[in-house]
Design a protein around this ligand. Structure first.
Ligand code: GLU
Length: 413
């Protein structure tokens, strides 16, 4: 069997969404498990919507999650020559043609089709034209007429068939000369030797068209595994309305990457009734066969529960390092206070996030402690002053206060 080659191919038009992160994770895990290769490709052909800021945000998020790629990142914007060459090939072989229909003409045709109760699709009027007027044009892929349908067996969804009468001649190059997604994704996946495409099921409708393009370009068709969407509690597609959807916002909210990884992998994949998985466990246990067909519902409480688990069981030295920026954000200089590792140890049991831990830790760094008014009135009474003085003196004699000593009587009678 040939080496498994998978890829994650984000479009840099925003931050890395938790759904994208889960797709990346599935690809990464399978590649690691099968000693294959995980390729990262930035799909930035849409020049107007792609930004460097978004590329950086995606790369940062991937690094934070620990999903380093074996090859890449590759940038589609650096591969336009290759795409042009392939479009030329399709034109020369009569598998693509120039379409000079204007936007107004296409709109009118669409309206007329809808009025007649026909499916609004391109009617192919430029298919057989031989002139080349001096006017803007797009390039369309000629839908093959020798077959009536295209079928593939998705590794998650099973067999999927589309009748060609449902499809029309796809635009593969825009008027400005830039190639479109369906063309470049096929060229790149084929040229990069990708043999299993794992991606969100929002692309499932594109797959039959892409298969036709693989065939037209003489490429081997890869296998496909379309991962179901992530939904919000109301069963609608997960969006900002449901809370944070950006991976890096979870970092800012004080989540640990291992908690998010653990949470995302379980959204749509299961292994018996186990809930806690380290990255190594996942690499050993992950398989496409256990990815469910239906969409997973994002549950913020479960993510929080996992985060408290990883904080509770985490290495205090590492947590202390991770805590520093959260303290700094509160105006606290971590070096100016007590041993930070000891601070972390004292808070691991009760902080669910690093933000909560920083809030709890602020006490250790404060020169002046503001007591809650009600508690102060109840406990800090003048007649107790002498008692507190004894406690302070005694505590000063204890260099370190181990947890085990806390419950022992501190004051000698
Ligand atoms: N660039 C596409 C997207 O971000 C993904 C393409 C693919 O995985 O085939 O939606």
């Amino acid at each position: 069997m040939s080496e498994l080659r998978v890829r994650f191919a984000p479009s840099p038009t925003g931050y890395l969404h938790v759904g994208g992160a889960r797709t990346a994770l599935f690809n990464y895990l399978l590649a690691k498990k099968q000693a294959g290769k995980y390729v990262l490709r930035i799909e930035d052909t849409d020049v107007a919507r792609s930004t460097q800021e978004s590329v950086d945000a995606i790369l940062n998020a991937m690094e934070w999650l620990g999903l380093s790629c074996d090859e890449g990142p590759f940038y589609q914007s650096e591969r336009f020559d290759l795409y042009r060459q392939k479009v030329e090939q399709l034109l020369n072989e009569g598998k693509a043609y120039r379409c000079y229909c204007t936007a107004e003409e296409l709109d009118a045709k669409r309206e007329a089709a809808m009025k007649d109760g026909r499916k609004p699709k391109y009617d192919g009027s430029c298919r057989n034209r031989s002139d080349q007027p001096d006017a803007p044009y797009v390039i369309r892929f000629r839908l093959p007429e020798d077959r009536e349908e295209t079928t593939f067996v998705d590794r998650i969804k099973g067999a999927i068939s589309v009748r060609h009468e449902e499809l029309d001649d796809l635009i593969i190059q825009r008027t400005d000369g830039t190639p479109t997604y369906n063309l470049v994704v096929v060229i790149d996946d084929a040229e990069m030797g990708i043999n299993l495409v794992i991606r969100g099921d929002d692309h499932i409708n594109n797959t039959p068209r892409q298969i036709l393009l693989y065939q037209a370009l003489g490429y081997t068709v890869p296998e496909f595994a379309h991962v179901p969407m992530i939904l919000g509690a109301d069963k609608k597609r997960l969006s900002k309305r449901h809370g944070a959807t950006s991976v890096m916002v979870y970092q800012e909210l004080g989540y640990l990457p291992e908690a998010l990884v653990n949470y995302l992998v379980r959204l749509g994949w299961s292994f018996g009734d186990e809930e806690i998985f380290s990255m190594d466990d996942l690499i050993e246990k992950f398989s496409i066969d256990n990815v469910g067909k239906s969409a997973g519902v994002f549950n913020p409480e479960k993510l929080l529960w996992l985060n408290s688990h990883y904080i509770k069981t985490g290495d205090p030295v590492r947590l202390a390092e991770l805590l520093c920026p959260f303290l700094q954000k509160k105006g606290i200089a971590p070096a100016a206070g007590p041993d930070l590792v000891a601070v972390v140890k004292s808070l691991q049991e009760r902080a669910s996030t690093l933000v909560e831990m920083a809030e709890g830790a602020a006490f250790y760094f404060a020169d002046q402690v503001d007591y809650e008014e009600k508690a102060r009135n109840k406990f800090l009474k003048p007649e107790q002053k002498s008692l507190f003085t004894i406690i302070i003196d005694e505590l000063e004699n204890v260099p370190i206060l181990p947890r085990s000593n806390l419950k022992k009587p501190l004051l000698r009678s």
